[in-house]
Design a binder for this molecule. Structure first.
Ligand code: GLN
Ligand code: ZN
Length: 761
């Protein structure tokens, strides 16, 4: 009898010890020859496949592996190579491939942006109306054959589907979409045909765009595309894979002529199951059911999941059901095994990629052989989850009470901005167009190595503290000499704007090796919010008050906001997002109170990640933004009228969130604008934004030192639409990645430009 199968959608490419990252960086810095690099990469690629095979996965993804990014791979496969890289037909060299991703001395890199609502960044395909796609080299076929030959794995090739690919691309107008799609369809067919000829039976076509809100026309593209595929390769099984949310137009999707449909049953808020209940599931298709959370790190409750799978069997026969993670495992770290330093109660409740595959296999066994066959696993998972839930970490009564006592009403500063403004003007007596920076100042090698020494115990606490103070003092003096109006202490004590706070707050844990790819070879190690969050002791008062003691100019206190802390962590899922927001916000509220008590009364609460958490579905955006605004205001509203709350964000797409930004009710917002001036200004102008605003007047991402003239132009442009009384002058973002010799002259020009503009007003 045929049985339920196990499947995987994608596996982390970075390696248990970031071997992949190391190989890439050695190759880039020419410490590895191309041959040695490719050999090393092949070993890694095969080892990942072998691992999946050994864990008992039936359908192993092929082609999810990448040398940089799988969207870039797809662009390159179809010849979407921007002209500035001068590619001639045929296979794309490594040099060209990496140049698109990273730029070279003659051509700038392609843009990168966030992959849906994850923290992974993909390289945005650049296509223009005149681009004629063609196949450079069928890499998917090569990889399929490699797995077969080397490991005897008959894999499931994975490719991003054409509608999603085009929707994520830029450089052409909407009206050219259908033509480009029609040019792409035959190329996909060519790839599919090759795969079929080579023996492939299933191909996974990822169309996560189906999880966003689509209109009828866009749905029509799916019909056209998949009907064409079906006609051309009727005997190849295509699995149309969705993830990160429910599919919006279930009936239309279910009717597409594909042989399988992959649905996310973890992040769908029950909507996918509801669709099955309402409309059933087509009898001739495979249901690939994502029941193991593919993007958060918590252990699956196997009993619950098994129940869920059994429920699905009401809609589909055993032989047409696959069990799999809800999305590619590239969004979680590789394995928990190495985390020897985590507290057992936490470690036991965590599951990374390798552990998730085991869960998938256990579930399949549980369905095929009956629950008793996996009793041991069920018991273990249940006990681990219960133990964490009942541990003291998740049961701090005082926090529960505090959260319960909060009303539904939006926290609010007692006076509206216009009245606060008058009070603050009197208190602060700042010149017109005040100058400031975003917070961090150059993190030199010296600073990073001092922190290492302190962490390793080679330096005492007080040695390190003294060193930090010296840096603060040095830079307070520099800022005064530059004649900047509102100073910062420089964030020298911080490694990272979330980790720093996580390490001081209760409820956070840190791993040793739990890295995930952010973009290219860059990996991040997000903190884990696993318990109730609380402030144990002030986190920033020491550095801020020290800095303030050295100068009569105001020094801004500097905090990371609740939403950003949330969005850049792995977060517990036993309580709601809103409750975690509130817990973090309450801790920050206490910190802000402590700062005020110590006479730090300009306080910046950074929220660069608000936009990232925006849900994919239109109807869910409102609640998220409400909760985000609530959290920010819970942290920042309970201050004196004269206390000036600043916030900072750094991205250019404000359209969808401008109302929410306004509702934050911060006295001053500083935002990135140097690279997209017109756009941002018009968003704020159209919105009639009427609080303090600092538009970044120079791009900190480049070592280039902006001239006085350039900065003046950019200030004057902004002043055409923004009230000078509300306008602040600052760089785009923090300066921690810049060198002192870049920072000082740039700031000097910024101050000079400001002074020249002031004279005219
Ligand atoms: N205050 C932080 C800094 O200057 C803000 C960083 C950010 O926006 N990402 O580094
Ligand atoms: Zn920033």
């Amino acid at each position: 009898m045929s049985k339920v199968k196990s499947s995987n959608l994608g596996y982390p490419r970075i390696g248990e010890k970031r071997e992949w990252k190391k190989a890439l960086e050695q190759f880039w810095s020419k410490k590895l020859s191309e041959e040695a690099f490719l050999k090393r990469i092949k070993e890694l690629r095969l080892s990942y496949l072998e691992k999946q095979k050994n864990s008992g996965i039936d359908l192993i993804p092929i082609g999810d592996f990448s040398l940089y990014d799988h969207i870039l791979d797809t662009s390159v496969l179809f010849g979407f190579i921007p002209e500035r890289f001068h590619h001639q037909n045929g296979a794309v060299s490594l040099d060209t491939y990496f140049s698109i991703a990273r730029g070279n001395s003659n051509a700038v890199a392609s843009e990168m942006t966030k992959w849906f609502n994850t923290n992974y960044h993909y390289i945005v395909p650049e296509i223009n109306a005149g681009t004629t796609p063609y196949i450079t080299e069928n890499r998917l076929l090569n990889l399929y054959l490699e797995a077969k030959k080397e490991l005897n794995i008959d894999g499931k090739p994975v490719i991003v589907g054409p509608v999603t690919l085009l929707k994520l691309s830029k450089g052409f107008e909407k009206k050219d979409f259908p033509n480009l799609l029609r040019a792409l369809i035959p190329l996909y067919i060519e790839v599919f045909t090759d795969l079929q000829t080579a023996g492939a039976t299933w191909v996974q076509v990822d169309e996560p765009i189906l999880s966003t809100t689509l209109d009828k026309k866009e749905l029509g593209y799916f019909k056209e595309t998949y009907e064409a595929f079906h006609q051309a390769v009727p005997n190849l099984n295509l699995l149309l894979q969705t993830y990160f949310e429910s599919v919006d137009h279930y009936q239309d999707v279910a009717a597409l002529p594909v042989q399988g449909i992959g649905l996310d049953f973890v992040y769908d808020d029950g909507a996918n199951l509801a669709s099955l209940e309402k409309y059933g599931f087509p009898e001739d298709k495979v249901l690939a059911a994502g029941v193991v959370d593919g993007r958060n790190i918590w252990r699956t409750d196997l009993d619950e999941a098994l129940q869920q799978v059994n429920d699905l069997l009401h809609f589909v026969d055993q032989e047409r059901l696959w069990i799999q993670p809800s999305c590619s495992l590239q969004h979680v770290p590789v394995t928990v095994r190495q985390e020897s330093e985590l507290e057992p109660v936490l470690k036991n409740a965590i599951s990374f990629a390798d552990e998730k595959l085991k869960e998938v296999v256990a579930l399949v066994k549980g369905v095929n052989e009956g629950r008793d066959a996996i009793l041991e696993e069920i018991k273990e998972s249940n006990e681990a989850i219960q133990a964490l839930n009942h541990s003291s970490h998740r049961n701090i009564d005082s926090i529960k009470k505090e959260i319960q006592s909060l009303g539904d009403d939006m926290p609010k500063r007692p006076l509206p901005f216009s009245e606060r403004q008058a009070i603050q003007e009197k208190k602060w007596k700042l010149p017109l167009l005040p100058t400031t920076t975003i917070g961090s100042l150059p993190q030199t090698k010296e600073i990073r190595s001092a922190r290492q020494k302190w962490r390793k115990g080679e330096w005492t606490e007080s040695q390190y503290e003294q060193f930090i103070q010296q840096n603060i003092a040095k830079w307070i003096k520099i800022q005064e000499d530059l004649d900047i109006d509102v100073l910062v202490h420089g964030e020298f004590e911080r490694n990272d704007m979330v980790e720093y706070f996580g390490e001081k707050l209760r409820g956070f844990a840190f791993t040793r090796f739990a890295w995930v790819q952010s973009y290219g070879s860059r990996c991040v190690k997000p903190p884990i919010i696993f318990g109730d969050v609380d402030l144990e002791a002030p986190m920033t008062v020491k550095e801020s008050t020290y800095a303030q003691s050295l100068t009569t100019r105001p020094v801004k206190g500097m905090l990371t906001g609740p939403v950003t802390i949330y969005n850049w962590s792995f977060v517990r899922n036993d309580i709601s997002q809103f409750d975690v927001f509130k817990q973090i916000a309450l801790a920050l509220k206490k910190e802000i109170h402590a700062l005020e008590e110590n006479d730090i009364r300009m306080i910046q609460v950074d929220e660069p990640a608000i936009r990232e958490g925006l849900p994919l579905k239109e109807e869910k955006k409102g609640k998220y933004l409400h909760d985000a605004v609530y959290a920010f205001r819970l942290a920042t509203s309970y201050v004196d009228h004269s206390t000036q709350i600043h916030t900072h964000m750094c991205y250019s797409e404000f359209d969808e969130i401008i109302d929410a930004i306004d509702q934050l009710d911060a006295d001053v917002i500083s935002i990135e604008a140097a690279r997209s001036h017109g756009e941002i200004i018009s968003t704020f102008e159209d919105h009639e934004y009427d609080k303090g605003i600092g538009l970044g007047v120079y791009d900190i991402h480049s070592p280039r030192i902006p001239s006085v003239e350039e900065i003046k132009t950019s200030i004057e442009r902004a002043l055409r639409v923004i009230d000078p009384k509300l306008f602040w002058i600052n760089p785009d973002c923090g300066l921690k990645t810049r060198k002192p010799e870049e920072t000082i002259p740039a700031l000097k020009n910024l101050v000079q430009a400001t002074k020249e503009v002031r004279e005219k007003h």
